[in-house]
Ligand binder design. Structure first.
Ligand code: ATP
Length: 573
Protein backbone atom coordinates (compact mmCIF):
# COMPACT_ATOMS: atom_id res chain seq x y z
CA UNK A 1 0.00 0.00 0.00
CA UNK A 2 1.07 3.53 -0.76
CA UNK A 3 2.15 5.50 2.29
CA UNK A 4 0.17 8.46 0.91
CA UNK A 5 -3.08 6.59 1.68
CA UNK A 6 -2.06 6.46 5.34
CA UNK A 7 -1.05 10.13 5.17
CA UNK A 8 -4.61 11.02 4.14
CA UNK A 9 -5.92 9.17 7.18
CA UNK A 10 -3.42 10.91 9.48
CA UNK A 11 -4.63 14.24 8.06
CA UNK A 12 -8.21 13.34 8.79
CA UNK A 13 -7.39 12.12 12.30
CA UNK A 14 -5.49 15.30 13.03
CA UNK A 15 -8.56 17.35 12.25
CA UNK A 16 -10.85 15.17 14.34
CA UNK A 17 -11.84 16.28 17.82
CA UNK A 18 -13.95 13.32 18.94
CA UNK A 19 -12.95 9.84 20.04
CA UNK A 20 -15.92 8.25 18.29
CA UNK A 21 -15.09 9.91 15.00
CA UNK A 22 -11.51 8.65 15.29
CA UNK A 23 -12.80 5.10 15.66
CA UNK A 24 -15.04 5.54 12.62
CA UNK A 25 -12.26 6.97 10.46
CA UNK A 26 -9.92 4.13 11.45
CA UNK A 27 -12.57 1.44 10.93
CA UNK A 28 -13.36 2.73 7.44
CA UNK A 29 -9.67 2.78 6.64
CA UNK A 30 -9.01 -0.75 7.92
CA UNK A 31 -11.76 -2.01 5.60
CA UNK A 32 -9.62 -0.91 2.63
CA UNK A 33 -6.21 -2.04 3.87
CA UNK A 34 -4.89 -5.15 2.05
CA UNK A 35 -4.61 -8.06 4.50
CA UNK A 36 -0.84 -8.26 4.17
CA UNK A 37 -0.54 -4.65 5.29
CA UNK A 38 -2.87 -4.75 8.27
CA UNK A 39 -0.18 -5.54 10.82
CA UNK A 40 2.04 -2.64 9.74
CA UNK A 41 -0.89 -0.24 9.55
CA UNK A 42 -1.98 -1.20 13.08
CA UNK A 43 1.43 -0.25 14.48
CA UNK A 44 1.75 2.90 12.38
CA UNK A 45 -1.64 4.29 13.45
CA UNK A 46 -0.16 4.27 16.94
CA UNK A 47 3.01 5.94 15.64
CA UNK A 48 4.98 2.79 16.42
CA UNK A 49 6.83 0.16 14.44
CA UNK A 50 6.58 -2.63 17.04
CA UNK A 51 4.90 -3.41 20.33
CA UNK A 52 6.44 -1.76 23.39
CA UNK A 53 7.63 -5.07 24.82
CA UNK A 54 9.86 -5.69 21.81
CA UNK A 55 12.32 -3.04 22.91
CA UNK A 56 12.56 -1.50 19.44
CA UNK A 57 13.54 2.08 20.17
CA UNK A 58 13.22 4.56 17.35
CA UNK A 59 13.09 7.91 19.22
CA UNK A 60 15.67 9.91 17.25
CA UNK A 61 17.07 13.16 18.62
CA UNK A 62 15.54 16.38 17.27
CA UNK A 63 18.94 17.49 16.00
CA UNK A 64 19.40 14.40 13.82
CA UNK A 65 15.91 14.71 12.37
CA UNK A 66 16.55 18.36 11.45
CA UNK A 67 19.76 17.26 9.77
CA UNK A 68 17.84 14.67 7.75
CA UNK A 69 15.40 17.38 6.66
CA UNK A 70 18.35 19.52 5.53
CA UNK A 71 19.88 16.64 3.55
CA UNK A 72 16.57 15.65 1.96
CA UNK A 73 15.59 19.17 0.95
CA UNK A 74 18.98 20.40 -0.22
CA UNK A 75 18.33 23.56 1.79
CA UNK A 76 20.74 25.48 4.01
CA UNK A 77 20.67 24.16 7.57
CA UNK A 78 20.36 27.75 8.86
CA UNK A 79 17.08 28.07 6.96
CA UNK A 80 15.76 24.81 8.39
CA UNK A 81 16.76 25.84 11.91
CA UNK A 82 15.09 29.21 11.50
CA UNK A 83 11.82 27.60 10.46
CA UNK A 84 12.12 25.23 13.38
CA UNK A 85 12.53 28.13 15.79
CA UNK A 86 9.46 29.77 14.31
CA UNK A 87 7.12 26.77 14.40
CA UNK A 88 8.62 24.91 17.38
CA UNK A 89 7.49 21.70 15.72
CA UNK A 90 9.75 19.37 13.75
CA UNK A 91 6.85 17.91 11.76
CA UNK A 92 5.63 21.32 10.58
CA UNK A 93 9.20 22.31 9.77
CA UNK A 94 9.65 19.19 7.64
CA UNK A 95 6.40 19.89 5.78
CA UNK A 96 7.27 23.52 5.15
CA UNK A 97 10.83 22.81 4.02
CA UNK A 98 9.89 19.93 1.75
CA UNK A 99 7.11 22.00 0.19
CA UNK A 100 9.62 24.64 -0.82
CA UNK A 101 12.52 22.41 -1.82
CA UNK A 102 14.23 23.22 -5.13
CA UNK A 103 12.34 21.92 -8.13
CA UNK A 104 15.43 20.13 -9.30
CA UNK A 105 14.90 17.62 -6.49
CA UNK A 106 12.18 15.41 -7.91
CA UNK A 107 10.61 12.73 -5.65
CA UNK A 108 12.44 9.41 -5.87
CA UNK A 109 9.49 7.20 -6.70
CA UNK A 110 6.64 6.19 -4.47
CA UNK A 111 7.00 5.26 -0.83
CA UNK A 112 5.09 2.16 0.26
CA UNK A 113 4.27 1.46 3.89
CA UNK A 114 6.41 -1.70 3.63
CA UNK A 115 9.48 0.28 2.67
CA UNK A 116 8.79 2.88 5.34
CA UNK A 117 8.37 0.16 7.97
CA UNK A 118 11.49 -1.72 6.91
CA UNK A 119 13.69 1.41 6.85
CA UNK A 120 12.38 2.59 10.21
CA UNK A 121 13.29 -0.82 11.64
CA UNK A 122 16.73 -0.55 10.11
CA UNK A 123 17.15 2.82 11.77
CA UNK A 124 16.03 1.45 15.13
CA UNK A 125 18.41 -1.50 15.00
CA UNK A 126 21.54 0.37 13.90
CA UNK A 127 23.95 1.08 16.72
CA UNK A 128 27.59 1.89 17.35
CA UNK A 129 30.01 3.98 15.31
CA UNK A 130 28.49 5.61 12.26
CA UNK A 131 24.95 4.69 13.24
CA UNK A 132 23.88 8.31 13.68
CA UNK A 133 24.86 9.09 10.09
CA UNK A 134 23.20 5.96 8.83
CA UNK A 135 19.96 6.86 10.61
CA UNK A 136 20.03 10.41 9.27
CA UNK A 137 20.64 9.21 5.72
CA UNK A 138 17.92 6.59 5.88
CA UNK A 139 15.48 9.17 7.17
CA UNK A 140 16.51 11.66 4.50
CA UNK A 141 15.88 8.97 1.87
CA UNK A 142 12.37 8.40 3.22
CA UNK A 143 11.61 12.12 3.21
CA UNK A 144 12.72 12.39 -0.41
CA UNK A 145 10.33 9.66 -1.41
CA UNK A 146 7.27 11.11 0.30
CA UNK A 147 5.07 14.17 -0.13
CA UNK A 148 5.66 17.24 2.02
CA UNK A 149 2.66 16.28 4.18
CA UNK A 150 4.03 12.75 4.45
CA UNK A 151 7.33 14.21 5.66
CA UNK A 152 5.48 15.85 8.53
CA UNK A 153 4.32 12.45 9.80
CA UNK A 154 7.51 10.49 9.05
CA UNK A 155 9.57 12.91 11.14
CA UNK A 156 7.07 12.69 13.98
CA UNK A 157 7.21 8.89 13.90
CA UNK A 158 11.02 9.02 13.92
CA UNK A 159 10.92 11.29 16.97
CA UNK A 160 8.29 9.15 18.68
CA UNK A 161 5.84 12.07 18.83
CA UNK A 162 3.06 11.13 16.44
CA UNK A 163 0.13 12.11 18.62
CA UNK A 164 -3.07 11.23 16.85
CA UNK A 165 -5.04 10.55 20.03
CA UNK A 166 -5.22 6.90 19.08
CA UNK A 167 -4.72 4.32 21.84
CA UNK A 168 -4.50 0.53 21.71
CA UNK A 169 -8.16 0.24 22.71
CA UNK A 170 -9.14 2.67 19.93
CA UNK A 171 -7.46 0.40 17.38
CA UNK A 172 -9.18 -2.69 18.85
CA UNK A 173 -12.53 -0.90 18.56
CA UNK A 174 -11.84 0.04 14.95
CA UNK A 175 -10.71 -3.50 14.11
CA UNK A 176 -13.89 -4.99 15.59
CA UNK A 177 -16.05 -2.67 13.51
CA UNK A 178 -14.02 -3.14 10.31
CA UNK A 179 -13.69 -6.92 10.34
CA UNK A 180 -16.72 -8.21 12.24
CA UNK A 181 -19.20 -5.36 11.67
CA UNK A 182 -20.01 -5.55 15.37
CA UNK A 183 -18.46 -3.19 17.91
CA UNK A 184 -19.24 -5.55 20.80
CA UNK A 185 -16.65 -8.01 19.47
CA UNK A 186 -14.05 -5.63 20.85
CA UNK A 187 -14.40 -7.59 24.12
CA UNK A 188 -13.18 -10.73 22.36
CA UNK A 189 -10.25 -8.82 20.90
CA UNK A 190 -9.47 -7.31 24.28
CA UNK A 191 -9.41 -10.72 25.95
CA UNK A 192 -6.92 -11.93 23.37
CA UNK A 193 -4.98 -8.69 23.74
CA UNK A 194 -4.65 -9.32 27.50
CA UNK A 195 -2.79 -12.55 26.73
CA UNK A 196 -1.04 -11.20 23.65
CA UNK A 197 -0.59 -7.42 24.04
CA UNK A 198 0.59 -6.96 20.49
CA UNK A 199 -1.76 -4.92 18.32
CA UNK A 200 -0.06 -6.09 15.10
CA UNK A 201 -0.58 -9.79 15.85
CA UNK A 202 -4.21 -9.30 16.89
CA UNK A 203 -4.93 -7.19 13.78
CA UNK A 204 -3.30 -9.64 11.40
CA UNK A 205 -4.92 -12.72 12.96
CA UNK A 206 -8.33 -11.08 12.75
CA UNK A 207 -7.91 -9.87 9.17
CA UNK A 208 -6.44 -13.10 7.83
CA UNK A 209 -8.04 -15.81 9.96
CA UNK A 210 -11.11 -14.34 11.62
CA UNK A 211 -12.51 -13.90 15.11
CA UNK A 212 -12.47 -17.59 16.08
CA UNK A 213 -8.72 -17.75 15.58
CA UNK A 214 -8.28 -14.59 17.67
CA UNK A 215 -10.06 -16.42 20.50
CA UNK A 216 -7.40 -19.10 20.31
CA UNK A 217 -4.43 -16.73 20.68
CA UNK A 218 -2.26 -18.34 23.31
CA UNK A 219 0.55 -17.59 25.71
CA UNK A 220 3.99 -17.30 24.14
CA UNK A 221 7.09 -17.35 26.32
CA UNK A 222 9.01 -14.11 25.73
CA UNK A 223 5.88 -12.06 25.04
CA UNK A 224 4.37 -10.47 28.18
CA UNK A 225 0.89 -11.15 29.51
CA UNK A 226 -1.16 -8.29 30.93
CA UNK A 227 -0.97 -8.51 34.68
CA UNK A 228 -3.77 -9.55 37.02
CA UNK A 229 -4.80 -6.89 39.55
CA UNK A 230 -6.64 -6.74 42.86
CA UNK A 231 -9.75 -5.00 44.20
CA UNK A 232 -10.17 -2.80 47.26
CA UNK A 233 -12.58 -3.33 50.18
CA UNK A 234 -13.81 -1.21 53.08
CA UNK A 235 -13.19 -3.79 55.80
CA UNK A 236 -11.65 -7.21 56.34
CA UNK A 237 -15.17 -8.52 56.96
CA UNK A 238 -16.12 -7.39 53.47
CA UNK A 239 -13.08 -9.18 52.11
CA UNK A 240 -14.26 -12.34 53.79
CA UNK A 241 -17.69 -11.98 52.23
CA UNK A 242 -16.15 -11.50 48.80
CA UNK A 243 -13.82 -14.50 49.18
CA UNK A 244 -15.41 -16.91 51.66
CA UNK A 245 -13.60 -19.88 53.21
CA UNK A 246 -9.89 -20.45 53.40
CA UNK A 247 -7.74 -17.85 51.68
CA UNK A 248 -4.04 -17.27 51.08
CA UNK A 249 -2.93 -14.09 52.80
CA UNK A 250 0.35 -12.68 51.54
CA UNK A 251 2.63 -9.79 52.35
CA UNK A 252 2.10 -6.84 50.02
CA UNK A 253 5.54 -5.51 49.22
CA UNK A 254 6.18 -2.02 47.96
CA UNK A 255 8.60 -2.82 45.19
CA UNK A 256 8.33 -3.36 41.47
CA UNK A 257 6.19 -5.99 39.82
CA UNK A 258 8.04 -8.22 37.41
CA UNK A 259 6.89 -10.93 35.05
CA UNK A 260 9.85 -13.21 34.37
CA UNK A 261 9.93 -15.45 31.29
CA UNK A 262 12.42 -18.20 30.52
CA UNK A 263 12.16 -19.86 27.12
CA UNK A 264 13.28 -23.38 26.24
CA UNK A 265 16.59 -22.03 24.95
CA UNK A 266 17.37 -20.72 28.42
CA UNK A 267 16.80 -17.03 27.66
CA UNK A 268 15.36 -15.03 30.55
CA UNK A 269 13.32 -11.87 29.83
CA UNK A 270 11.90 -9.52 32.45
CA UNK A 271 8.81 -7.36 31.94
CA UNK A 272 7.63 -4.41 34.00
CA UNK A 273 4.10 -3.51 35.09
CA UNK A 274 3.68 -1.55 31.85
CA UNK A 275 5.04 -4.56 29.94
CA UNK A 276 8.33 -2.96 28.94
CA UNK A 277 11.30 -5.23 28.54
CA UNK A 278 13.53 -4.31 31.50
CA UNK A 279 15.93 -7.27 31.41
CA UNK A 280 18.94 -4.96 30.96
CA UNK A 281 18.11 -3.15 34.19
CA UNK A 282 18.27 -6.26 36.35
CA UNK A 283 21.05 -8.62 35.19
CA UNK A 284 21.35 -9.74 38.82
CA UNK A 285 17.74 -10.94 38.82
CA UNK A 286 18.43 -12.97 35.67
CA UNK A 287 21.31 -14.68 37.51
CA UNK A 288 19.24 -15.22 40.65
CA UNK A 289 16.51 -16.84 38.56
CA UNK A 290 18.97 -19.06 36.70
CA UNK A 291 20.23 -20.29 40.04
CA UNK A 292 16.87 -20.62 41.79
CA UNK A 293 14.62 -22.14 39.11
CA UNK A 294 15.92 -24.88 36.87
CA UNK A 295 12.79 -25.74 34.88
CA UNK A 296 13.01 -25.90 31.07
CA UNK A 297 10.72 -22.93 30.49
CA UNK A 298 8.38 -20.87 32.65
CA UNK A 299 6.58 -17.59 33.31
CA UNK A 300 6.46 -16.46 36.93
CA UNK A 301 5.44 -13.23 38.59
CA UNK A 302 6.57 -11.49 41.72
CA UNK A 303 7.75 -8.27 43.29
CA UNK A 304 11.36 -7.12 43.32
CA UNK A 305 12.34 -5.44 46.57
CA UNK A 306 15.57 -3.76 47.59
CA UNK A 307 17.38 -5.34 50.54
CA UNK A 308 20.45 -4.32 52.52
CA UNK A 309 23.60 -6.44 52.80
CA UNK A 310 21.94 -8.49 55.56
CA UNK A 311 18.83 -9.11 53.47
CA UNK A 312 16.59 -6.67 55.36
CA UNK A 313 13.91 -5.15 53.05
CA UNK A 314 14.38 -1.50 52.13
CA UNK A 315 11.75 1.11 51.17
CA UNK A 316 10.55 1.66 47.61
CA UNK A 317 12.64 4.83 47.23
CA UNK A 318 15.82 2.76 47.59
CA UNK A 319 14.73 0.38 44.83
CA UNK A 320 13.95 3.33 42.57
CA UNK A 321 17.67 4.06 42.31
CA UNK A 322 17.94 0.81 40.35
CA UNK A 323 15.81 2.30 37.56
CA UNK A 324 18.72 3.49 35.49
CA UNK A 325 20.50 3.11 32.20
CA UNK A 326 24.05 3.72 33.45
CA UNK A 327 26.19 2.39 36.29
CA UNK A 328 24.04 -0.70 36.48
CA UNK A 329 26.84 -2.95 37.76
CA UNK A 330 27.80 -0.51 40.52
CA UNK A 331 24.21 -0.30 41.67
CA UNK A 332 23.82 -4.08 41.72
CA UNK A 333 26.53 -4.03 44.42
CA UNK A 334 25.11 -1.01 46.17
CA UNK A 335 21.45 -2.03 46.17
CA UNK A 336 20.94 -5.80 46.10
CA UNK A 337 17.47 -7.17 45.41
CA UNK A 338 15.26 -10.09 46.34
CA UNK A 339 12.49 -11.45 44.15
CA UNK A 340 9.34 -12.32 46.13
CA UNK A 341 7.43 -14.65 43.84
CA UNK A 342 3.68 -15.17 43.99
CA UNK A 343 2.41 -16.59 40.71
CA UNK A 344 3.00 -19.20 38.06
CA UNK A 345 1.54 -18.63 34.57
CA UNK A 346 3.38 -21.15 32.44
CA UNK A 347 5.56 -24.18 33.00
CA UNK A 348 7.33 -26.66 30.74
CA UNK A 349 5.36 -26.10 27.57
CA UNK A 350 1.97 -25.61 29.27
CA UNK A 351 -0.08 -22.62 30.38
CA UNK A 352 -1.01 -22.68 34.07
CA UNK A 353 -3.29 -19.65 33.89
CA UNK A 354 -6.46 -21.74 34.05
CA UNK A 355 -5.34 -23.59 37.19
CA UNK A 356 -6.70 -22.44 40.57
CA UNK A 357 -4.38 -20.37 42.72
CA UNK A 358 -3.70 -23.07 45.30
CA UNK A 359 -2.33 -25.34 42.56
CA UNK A 360 -0.24 -22.59 40.99
CA UNK A 361 1.21 -21.67 44.41
CA UNK A 362 1.97 -25.29 45.30
CA UNK A 363 3.81 -25.90 42.05
CA UNK A 364 5.67 -22.62 42.41
CA UNK A 365 6.83 -23.65 45.89
CA UNK A 366 8.23 -26.88 44.45
CA UNK A 367 10.07 -25.09 41.64
CA UNK A 368 12.15 -22.68 43.72
CA UNK A 369 15.43 -23.82 45.23
CA UNK A 370 16.05 -22.87 48.87
CA UNK A 371 18.69 -20.36 49.98
CA UNK A 372 18.51 -18.04 47.03
CA UNK A 373 17.50 -14.46 46.37
CA UNK A 374 14.24 -15.76 44.86
CA UNK A 375 11.62 -16.82 47.40
CA UNK A 376 7.87 -17.23 47.76
CA UNK A 377 5.99 -14.28 49.28
CA UNK A 378 5.47 -14.57 53.04
CA UNK A 379 2.01 -16.01 53.60
CA UNK A 380 -0.51 -17.80 55.80
CA UNK A 381 -3.58 -19.88 55.01
CA UNK A 382 -6.62 -19.06 57.10
CA UNK A 383 -10.37 -18.53 57.17
CA UNK A 384 -10.26 -16.36 60.27
CA UNK A 385 -10.54 -12.55 60.13
CA UNK A 386 -8.65 -12.10 63.40
CA UNK A 387 -5.73 -14.12 62.07
CA UNK A 388 -5.73 -12.07 58.90
CA UNK A 389 -5.62 -8.90 60.97
CA UNK A 390 -2.73 -10.16 63.11
CA UNK A 391 -0.78 -11.11 59.98
CA UNK A 392 -1.54 -7.69 58.50
CA UNK A 393 -0.04 -5.90 61.51
CA UNK A 394 2.98 -8.19 61.47
CA UNK A 395 3.59 -7.22 57.85
CA UNK A 396 3.23 -3.52 58.67
CA UNK A 397 5.79 -3.94 61.45
CA UNK A 398 8.17 -5.38 58.90
CA UNK A 399 7.74 -2.20 56.88
CA UNK A 400 5.56 -3.67 54.14
CA UNK A 401 2.57 -1.92 52.57
CA UNK A 402 -0.11 -4.33 53.74
CA UNK A 403 -1.48 -7.66 52.58
CA UNK A 404 -3.08 -9.38 49.61
CA UNK A 405 -5.96 -11.75 50.28
CA UNK A 406 -6.23 -14.31 47.48
CA UNK A 407 -8.92 -16.81 46.64
CA UNK A 408 -7.99 -20.51 46.60
CA UNK A 409 -11.31 -21.61 45.08
CA UNK A 410 -11.54 -23.80 41.98
CA UNK A 411 -12.32 -20.73 39.85
CA UNK A 412 -9.35 -18.70 41.13
CA UNK A 413 -7.67 -18.70 37.73
CA UNK A 414 -5.10 -16.10 36.59
CA UNK A 415 -7.23 -13.36 35.02
CA UNK A 416 -4.90 -11.55 32.63
CA UNK A 417 -5.40 -7.77 32.64
CA UNK A 418 -8.37 -7.97 35.01
CA UNK A 419 -8.88 -6.19 38.31
CA UNK A 420 -11.08 -8.91 39.75
CA UNK A 421 -12.35 -10.22 43.08
CA UNK A 422 -9.97 -13.18 43.24
CA UNK A 423 -7.41 -10.81 44.76
CA UNK A 424 -8.13 -8.19 47.40
CA UNK A 425 -5.62 -5.68 48.68
CA UNK A 426 -5.62 -4.32 52.22
CA UNK A 427 -3.26 -1.46 52.94
CA UNK A 428 -2.31 0.63 55.93
CA UNK A 429 -4.02 3.67 54.43
CA UNK A 430 -7.38 1.89 54.52
CA UNK A 431 -7.14 1.32 58.25
CA UNK A 432 -6.36 4.92 59.03
CA UNK A 433 -9.72 5.74 57.40
CA UNK A 434 -7.94 7.55 54.65
CA UNK A 435 -8.65 7.30 50.99
CA UNK A 436 -6.30 5.19 48.92
CA UNK A 437 -3.90 6.95 46.61
CA UNK A 438 -4.85 7.37 42.96
CA UNK A 439 -2.77 7.02 39.84
CA UNK A 440 -3.87 9.87 37.57
CA UNK A 441 -2.87 10.97 34.09
CA UNK A 442 -1.66 14.51 33.46
CA UNK A 443 -3.79 15.93 30.64
CA UNK A 444 -3.25 19.66 31.05
CA UNK A 445 -1.52 22.41 32.98
CA UNK A 446 -2.33 25.90 34.24
CA UNK A 447 0.34 28.59 34.45
CA UNK A 448 1.32 29.57 37.96
CA UNK A 449 1.04 32.86 39.71
CA UNK A 450 3.31 34.58 42.24
CA UNK A 451 6.21 32.34 43.17
CA UNK A 452 5.21 29.90 40.46
CA UNK A 453 4.82 32.42 37.66
CA UNK A 454 6.56 31.35 34.47
CA UNK A 455 6.10 27.72 35.48
CA UNK A 456 3.12 25.41 35.72
CA UNK A 457 1.17 26.17 38.88
CA UNK A 458 -1.28 23.28 38.71
CA UNK A 459 -1.86 20.16 36.69
CA UNK A 460 -5.15 18.89 35.35
CA UNK A 461 -5.38 15.19 36.21
CA UNK A 462 -7.69 12.56 34.83
CA UNK A 463 -8.89 9.00 35.39
CA UNK A 464 -9.37 6.47 32.61
CA UNK A 465 -12.85 5.39 31.57
CA UNK A 466 -12.10 1.98 30.17
CA UNK A 467 -15.53 1.34 28.72
CA UNK A 468 -15.59 4.55 26.71
CA UNK A 469 -11.83 4.53 26.09
CA UNK A 470 -11.61 8.13 27.24
CA UNK A 471 -9.99 10.16 30.00
CA UNK A 472 -12.10 12.09 32.50
CA UNK A 473 -10.91 15.00 34.66
CA UNK A 474 -10.81 14.37 38.41
CA UNK A 475 -8.77 17.16 40.02
CA UNK A 476 -6.49 20.14 39.66
CA UNK A 477 -3.23 19.24 41.35
CA UNK A 478 -1.05 21.97 42.82
CA UNK A 479 -0.07 20.77 46.29
CA UNK A 480 2.93 18.61 47.03
CA UNK A 481 4.87 19.71 43.95
CA UNK A 482 8.34 20.72 45.08
CA UNK A 483 10.32 23.43 43.29
CA UNK A 484 12.46 20.72 41.66
CA UNK A 485 9.38 18.88 40.38
CA UNK A 486 7.96 22.14 39.01
CA UNK A 487 11.22 22.77 37.16
CA UNK A 488 11.28 19.23 35.83
CA UNK A 489 7.65 19.20 34.64
CA UNK A 490 7.85 21.32 31.46
CA UNK A 491 10.87 19.30 30.24
CA UNK A 492 9.13 16.04 31.00
CA UNK A 493 5.86 17.09 29.36
CA UNK A 494 7.31 18.86 26.32
CA UNK A 495 7.14 15.74 24.20
CA UNK A 496 3.42 15.37 24.91
CA UNK A 497 2.32 18.99 24.40
CA UNK A 498 -0.65 19.40 22.07
CA UNK A 499 -2.11 22.47 20.43
CA UNK A 500 -5.65 21.39 21.30
CA UNK A 501 -7.50 19.35 23.89
CA UNK A 502 -6.60 15.64 23.68
CA UNK A 503 -9.14 13.84 21.53
CA UNK A 504 -9.88 11.21 24.11
CA UNK A 505 -10.30 13.67 26.97
CA UNK A 506 -13.74 14.56 28.25
CA UNK A 507 -13.42 17.92 30.03
CA UNK A 508 -15.85 20.68 30.94
CA UNK A 509 -15.22 24.25 29.77
CA UNK A 510 -14.44 25.23 33.38
CA UNK A 511 -11.39 23.00 33.11
CA UNK A 512 -9.93 24.65 30.02
CA UNK A 513 -6.20 24.24 30.61
CA UNK A 514 -3.52 26.68 29.43
CA UNK A 515 -1.54 23.80 27.97
CA UNK A 516 -2.85 20.40 26.90
CA UNK A 517 -0.97 17.12 26.94
CA UNK A 518 -1.39 13.78 25.25
CA UNK A 519 -2.32 11.45 28.15
CA UNK A 520 0.97 9.70 28.93
CA UNK A 521 2.49 10.66 32.27
CA UNK A 522 0.97 9.10 35.39
CA UNK A 523 1.27 10.60 38.87
CA UNK A 524 0.35 9.09 42.21
CA UNK A 525 -1.94 11.45 44.09
CA UNK A 526 -3.25 11.36 47.63
CA UNK A 527 -6.60 12.93 48.43
CA UNK A 528 -8.79 13.67 51.40
CA UNK A 529 -12.18 12.84 49.96
CA UNK A 530 -14.12 12.09 46.78
CA UNK A 531 -17.00 14.52 46.27
CA UNK A 532 -19.60 15.36 43.65
CA UNK A 533 -18.56 18.13 41.33
CA UNK A 534 -20.18 19.95 38.42
CA UNK A 535 -16.75 20.81 36.99
CA UNK A 536 -15.24 17.37 36.57
CA UNK A 537 -16.24 14.56 34.26
CA UNK A 538 -14.92 11.52 36.19
CA UNK A 539 -17.83 9.08 36.55
CA UNK A 540 -20.25 11.85 35.41
CA UNK A 541 -19.14 14.35 38.05
CA UNK A 542 -16.78 13.20 40.79
CA UNK A 543 -13.75 15.13 42.03
CA UNK A 544 -10.91 14.65 44.45
CA UNK A 545 -10.67 17.18 47.27
CA UNK A 546 -7.30 18.41 48.49
CA UNK A 547 -5.18 16.37 46.12
CA UNK A 548 -1.48 16.10 46.94
CA UNK A 549 1.27 14.93 44.61
CA UNK A 550 3.20 11.90 45.89
CA UNK A 551 5.37 10.66 43.04
CA UNK A 552 5.58 9.90 39.33
CA UNK A 553 4.45 6.42 38.35
CA UNK A 554 6.90 5.70 35.52
CA UNK A 555 5.88 2.06 35.72
CA UNK A 556 2.36 2.83 34.47
CA UNK A 557 1.07 4.05 31.15
CA UNK A 558 -2.00 6.22 30.69
CA UNK A 559 -4.44 3.35 30.27
CA UNK A 560 -3.18 1.83 33.55
CA UNK A 561 -4.32 4.85 35.56
CA UNK A 562 -7.07 4.47 38.17
CA UNK A 563 -10.32 3.95 36.29
CA UNK A 564 -13.42 6.10 36.63
CA UNK A 565 -15.28 2.94 37.64
CA UNK A 566 -12.94 2.37 40.58
CA UNK A 567 -13.53 5.97 41.72
CA UNK A 568 -17.28 5.44 41.42
CA UNK A 569 -17.07 2.27 43.52
CA UNK A 570 -15.00 4.05 46.17
CA UNK A 571 -17.47 6.95 46.22
CA UNK A 572 -20.42 4.62 46.66
CA UNK A 573 -18.72 3.00 49.62
P1 ATP B 1 -2.16 -1.87 40.55
O1 ATP B 1 -0.84 -2.54 40.27
O2 ATP B 1 -3.15 -2.75 41.27
O3 ATP B 1 -2.73 -1.14 39.38
P2 ATP B 1 -0.66 -0.06 42.16
O4 ATP B 1 0.56 -0.40 41.42
O5 ATP B 1 -1.00 1.35 42.44
O6 ATP B 1 -1.95 -0.70 41.52
P3 ATP B 1 -1.52 -1.32 44.48
O7 ATP B 1 -2.90 -1.33 43.98
O8 ATP B 1 -1.27 -0.60 45.74
O9 ATP B 1 -0.49 -0.82 43.48
O10 ATP B 1 -1.01 -2.82 44.57
C1 ATP B 1 -0.88 -3.72 43.53
C2 ATP B 1 0.57 -4.06 43.33
O11 ATP B 1 1.12 -4.63 44.53
C3 ATP B 1 0.83 -5.16 42.33
O12 ATP B 1 0.81 -4.69 41.00
C4 ATP B 1 2.21 -5.66 42.73
O13 ATP B 1 3.20 -4.89 42.11
C5 ATP B 1 2.29 -5.36 44.21
N1 ATP B 1 2.37 -6.54 45.09
C6 ATP B 1 3.15 -6.62 46.21
N2 ATP B 1 3.01 -7.78 46.82
C7 ATP B 1 2.14 -8.52 46.11
C8 ATP B 1 1.58 -9.82 46.27
N3 ATP B 1 1.90 -10.61 47.29
N4 ATP B 1 0.69 -10.24 45.33
C9 ATP B 1 0.35 -9.45 44.28
N5 ATP B 1 0.85 -8.20 44.08
C10 ATP B 1 1.73 -7.73 44.99
Amino acid sequence: MDFEKLVQVYEELEKTASGNKIREVLAEFFKQVPKDDVQIVAYLTLGKIASDYEDVVLGMAEKSVLKAITVASGQESSKVNKLMQKSGDVGLTAEEVMKNKPRTLVPLGKLTIHELFEKLHKMASSSGAGSQDLKTNLLAGLLQKSSATGAKYITRIALGTLRMGVGDMTVLDALAIAYTGDKSNKDVLEQAYNICPDIGIIAETLAKKGLNEVKKVDVYVGRPIKMMLGQRVKSLEEAQKKIPGEVTVEAKYDGERIQAHKNNKGKVTLFSRRLDNITKQFPDLVKHLEKAIQEKDYIVEGEIIAVDKKGVPQPFQVLMQRRRKNDIEAYIEKIPINFKVFDLLYLNGKSWMDQPYFKRSKELGKMIKKDSEVMLTERILTDNVEEINVFFHKMLNKGYEGIFIKSRAEDSVYQAGVRGWNWIKWKKEYVKEMVDTFDLVIVGAFYGKGRRSGNYGALLCATYNKKQDQFETFCKLGTGLTDETLEELPKMLKKYTLDKKPVRLNAKKEMEADVWFEPAIVVEVFGAEITKSPFHTCASGLALRFPRFIRFRDDKDAEQATTSKEIEQMFEK
